[in-house]
Every structure is written in structure tokens, then in C-alpha cells.
Design a protein around this ligand. Sequence first.
Ligand code: N01
Length: 547
Amino acid sequence: MTDTERPITHPDYDVVVVGSGFAGIYALWTARQRGLSVRGFERGADVGGTWYWNAYPGARCDVESYNYAYFFNSDIVRDWSWSDACAGQKEIQRYLRFVAERCDVVKDITFNTKVLSARYDEATGLWALRTSADDTVTCRYPVLAIGALSDPKAPDIEGVADFKGEAYFTSSWPKDRVVDLRGKRVGVIGTGSSGVQVIPEIAKVASEVHVFQRTANYVTPTNGGPMDAALVAALRDDPQAVRRAFRETYGGHTPLRMGDERFVELDAAGRERVLREAWAGNYTALAFRDAYLPEANAAISDFIRQRMHEQVNDPWTADHLVPWDHPYGGKRPCQSDVYLQTFNLPHVRLVSLPETPIEKILPDGIKTSTETIPLDVIVYATGFDAISGPVFAIDIQGMGGRKMKDAWADGPLNYLGTMVHGFPNLFLPSSAMSPSVLSNMATLAEQQVDFIFDTIEWLDQHGRPQLHPRADSQEFWRKETLRYAERRPGALTTKSWYSGANIPGKARVFMVYCGGFKRYNETCYRELQNDFPGYELLNAPGRGEAA
Ligand code: N01
């Protein structure tokens, strides 16, 4: 009998954690702390998840690092110093390695190994995970900490494979060598957060930069710069109080700076004054107390367009770099202090794809509807099959042999952003219908992992080895997610990866819960405090003991 045919009555581990980004590292540590046996798998050669792969020049977090960090361990908070308020990719990856070593979980992770499938065994209530090393491990609780932006979108352009020059993806930039773009003619496709960061860096060394833009994005200044010593001291003074306080906020971070005045109570001159003050203080998105109102959002959007426009010398380029088609926040906005000015350099040029679309990629360049542009290098900053993509990348099979791909054929459906009906004991942190990318992902990682392991502890204490959400709970959560999305300007009217619109044929569902972190956390813990009324509890016959 082969390994995969073996009946799974004795799990190899209590928990298997897939992925070693923020959620994965903390899940491994938490499992050990709770006395559970655990094994981790990571497809990269080191920890870091998204911060391991996206190693392109200029990659940087635009959430301040003193927020975008762990708070579960006070010593870690006190022993790590950030060099900049918005740290770069290398530093964040170093930080995650530092935490993984401190938590002594590196030894638990098998690197360079993908999990290909996860199969639920109805007879025992256990899961079997098959890996790219042709290994199968069994467990009671798979925790797929696979991230929301980890499945790169394949470029849907004719001729990609024909290009004979160098080609790079921002989402898998080479880490084993320095990519030398000096003196080269470079084409960059994509102007989302990754494109906006990589383009100025490429422009520093390349001889020509051709930026192929399909949709313009809002670009506002960054919050980078030296760390505020008083703020750092306050965070280090009582990290556990900070951790609790983050969970009481909308976004899961230190309270954001916000204007004191209300849009509806100001005249035109007052609104302009408030917007200018907010721009100077770098909080334009929240210039007004009631910035969430569509009319306030429209004024904010218009003001940012004007500020963007005046940074670019050439009027045609300025007109095209400004986003006219969606309100601020409809797509994920970008931050940069140098992106727009980069287009004032003589060797940098914008190619507007709505007017002159790419027809095909040639062996030595890109052909648009009006010209052929010779290139030595193409950089694809074309984004991700977000949120549900990483879940579909694993062949997941639950109760009755039902595949996750079928369960989510019309878009992701789950309860509280972590569990799916018909897939007992399978946990999906940072997946769909959680605050995910519209919150501080580090705070979310800690919150979801805590909730998952509190759930596991409850199951063990109550002798109920399995649970999964009821179908009507999922329907309730779908409606809740939609209800809050309707209140967010542009959420349901803008074509964005938030709703799967960047992937041809993907079901259009707004995949982020916008009810805020505090409400989300309270809803999760209400379930636990009331013995999981939104879930179905199952018994697993014949379950053996974990190793
Ligand atoms: O990806 P994107 P990203 N032809 O999907 C274009 C996080 N992040 O990697 O908008 C031509 O935003 C596409 O055009 P359009 C952050 O959450 C954070 O930049 O679909 N163009 C778009 O311009 C972010 O939102 C940080 O019309 C094509 C671009 O490629 C998320 O990751 C840094 C195309 C893709 O933009 C994803 O950002 C980086 C085609 N066939 C990333 N296909 C920070 O914290 C796609 N595009 C700072």
C-alpha cells in the first residue's frame, strides 16, 4: 500500500501550517505554545511570504512598520528597530526571519516545498496534504496561511513567451543575483502599487523607460522618513496595551490622523482650506470627519487629481497619469514621493493603452496599435489573482468530495473570513471576506491566528473534534460584506482586484469585509463565547492521537 492510499487514522500532526508570512510564523509559534504538534511548509527558500517574493527594486511597505509588525511578544517589540517609518522589502523580510528565529519555528518549516492538494477524509475527520516533494502528511487542522496576494496573474498578452530579451515579474524578482538594468531599454507593464514603486528605480539606471499604462491610479506622498522616537518609546512601553488598542480600531493600527471638520458643514473655501491642510499633513484621504460620504470622497478625489497633475510637466502625460475613471479608494491607492516626477525625465515615457493598446509582444519589443517599441527588458508589474487565487492554487477537497473550486464557482463564500461550509477544521486566514487588505495585515494575522487556535482549544476542551460553518451563516456573512462594501465609495463600481475584475472570467464578488477590524474581532469572539451558534459541530469517528 502506498503512502497516499494508507487509511489516515493516525494524524502525523495536530496542525499543518502552509506559508510562512506574518500569519504562518505566528501560527507555528501559537501551535507550539498550545501544546500542539505542528509542521510548516513554505514554497520559498526562506520565511517572509509576500515579503520574500516581491523583492523588486523600490519595494516598500506603505503601512508604517511600527504598525505593520507583531505585538504578541513584548521582547520582540523592544528588541527590533526599524530604520524608516515605512520599511523596505529587505528589512521586513529580515524582521520576519528575526521573529521566526526568536520563536524557534524555522526548524518546523520545510522550505522549497509547495502544498499541492488537501483532502478531507470523512471517515476519520482528518486531512491529508500532498506536497511537491511527493510527500503526504496528515493532520487534524490545516491552517492555510497562504496570503491574499501570492498568486501572480499570468500576463494575458499575446506573444509573452516569444520575447527574447530579459523578462521579470515584480512578484518573483530574482533574489540570487542583481538584475543589471544599466543602459537598457526597459518596458514596464502595470501601474499599480508595484509599478509605481519599481518605475522610479528603473528610471535611475535604464537608458529608456516605456511605461505601459492601462488604468491610472491615485498617487499620494508616502509617510516614510525617520521614526518618531517618542512614538517608538510609547509602543515599547506597554506592547500588550498597544495590541489590545489596535483591535479596538477600524483599521487595526495606531489611530490615523484625521481632519476635525465635516465636509457637510463647510463652504467651498472652507473645504479647500481643509484639503490643503490635510495635504500638507499627509492625511488627505481623511481630510474630513465625514470623508466616507460620496460627496466628500468626490472632493478629495478631485483635490488629489489636481495635486498629481501639477507635478508633471508635460500636459498630455499629466492628463493621462491622473485617474478620471474611479473615485479615490475604489482601487487600492498608491503612495510615492517620486513616481510622478519620474515622467519629467527625458528618457521616461508613458504609453496610454486605452488609446494605443498592446497588440502583441515581439521577440525584440512591444507592438502597440500605432508603433513598435524596441526593448531589451520587459518588467511585468501586472498584479495577482488576489484573495481566492492562492486558495484555488491548492486542490482542496472537502466533505462529500466537493472541491473548493466548485464551492466557490460563483465567488468566495465563507463565514467570518476563516472557514468554509463543507470543509471542516480547514482554516483560511487572510482569505476572502475578512478585513484583509483594507486593514493592517499584521494585526489581522495575529487576530485570526488567535481566533483559530482559541477555536481549536475550545473543540479539544469540549470533546468535539470538528466544526464547520453553517450554510446560512455564510449567506449572512456574504450579505454583511456586501452591506459594508455598498457604503465604501467606488467599491462596487470600480474594476479592481478587490472584486476579481482584473482576472478575465473570474467571478465578480467584492472580497473584503469593510465593517472594520473592531466589529470583525467582536463578531468572531461572540461566536466563541456563545459556543459557536453559527457553526455545525461534528464528531469524527475513529480519530487517533496525534504524534
Ligand atoms: O498589482 P495591481 P500590484 N495589460 O493589480 C496592469 C499590494 N502592494 O502588484 O488596473 C496591461 O494593483 C493593471 O491594469 P488595470 C497592494 O495591496 C502593496 O501593483 O487592471 N496592463 C495594473 O495597472 C496592491 O494593490 C505595496 O487596468 C495590465 C497593474 O497591471 C497589490 O499588492 C506594494 C495587464 C497591476 O496592478 C497589488 O499591486 C506593492 C495587461 N494585460 C503591492 N494586466 C505597498 O505596500 C494587468 N495590468 C506599497
